[in-house]
Design a protein around this ligand. Structure first.
Ligand code: PXP
Length: 237
């Protein structure tokens, strides 16, 4: 069974909609862990649209499972990550105008910047994952610059509507997982996964961790976060 890491960014999105103190993502993280989540994920974005620095610092103190900080490969974020020292960091591409992370990191096209960030993070003792598209060349480049793990972007799979496109995207993901394992990289996956499309991904046994946010937090609004996490854990098993 893959580990289920719950991304709680959208709890902070609701709080930021009113600029108040609730709902608190720290409490959501605590309840997700109580329901059995194996880890908590937050993305500290440059524009601070949801998660705030304060959330990250408190979560570092309160998360008992594993805290994964998603971040862009910028000097500011490297400085914060090496100060907070989460259990791991995931480097993601970031654009101000996007609604959510739109694609994987172009490790090949941004090798110098990404590699510099990976070096600094690893020199501080951090475990580093790179969020990349299911693309063999990006996986090999990730290994080249010293990543410990790759998180395979499942967004195109999640958005596919025809059977043939779904199959095609699944094959790409499976192939990427085996390339990553050949490169001695650990493998996670995420983006766009929900209660309906998760099953074929769970069958790819070599994927160690799934990072899921929007679908769980959306369901949590209706049934509560503990119930929403428990339901997803059943599907992961
Ligand atoms: N993995 C990464 C790297 C992400 O950026 C996100 C979105 O923040 C997720 C997983 C979770 O995606 P979703 O919210 O669609 O489940």
């Amino acid at each position: 069974m893959p580990k289920l890491n719950v991304n709680i960014d959208h709890v902070a999105t609701v709080r930021q909609a009113r600029g108040t103190t609730e709902p608190d993502p720290v409490l959501a993280g605590y309840l997700a862990e109580l329901a059995g989540a194996h880890g908590i994920v937050v993305h500290l974005r440059e524009d601070r649209r949801h998660i705030q620095d304060r959330d990250l610092y408190i979560l570092k103190e309160t998360v008992k499972t594993k805290l994964n900080m998603e971040m862009a490969a910028t000097n500011e974020m490297v400085r914060i990550a090496t100060d907070v020292m989460p259990d791991m960091v995931t480097l993601v591409p970031e654009k101000r105008e996007e609604l959510t992370t739109e694609g994987g990191l172009d490790v090949i096209g941004n090798k110098k910047t990404v590699s510099k960030a990976v070096d600094k993070l690893k020199d501080s003792g951090l475990f580093v994952s790179l969020f990349i598209d299911p693309d063999e060349k990006q996986i090999i480049a990730s290994k080249d610059i010293g990543a410990d793990m790759v998180e395979i972007h499942t967004g195109t799979y999640a958005e596919a509507t025809s059977e043939s496109k779904i199959e095609k995207e699944l094959r790409k993901i499976e192939n990427s997982v085996s390339v990553a394992l050949d490169q001695d990289l650990r493998v996670a996956a995420g983006h766009g996964l929900d209660y309906n499309n998760i099953e074929p991904i769970v069958w790819i046994e070599e994927i160690e961790e799934l990072n899921i946010g929007h679908s769980i937090i959306s369901r949590a609004v209706i049934v509560g976060i503990e119930e929403a996490v428990s339901e997803m854990l059943i599907l992961c098993d």
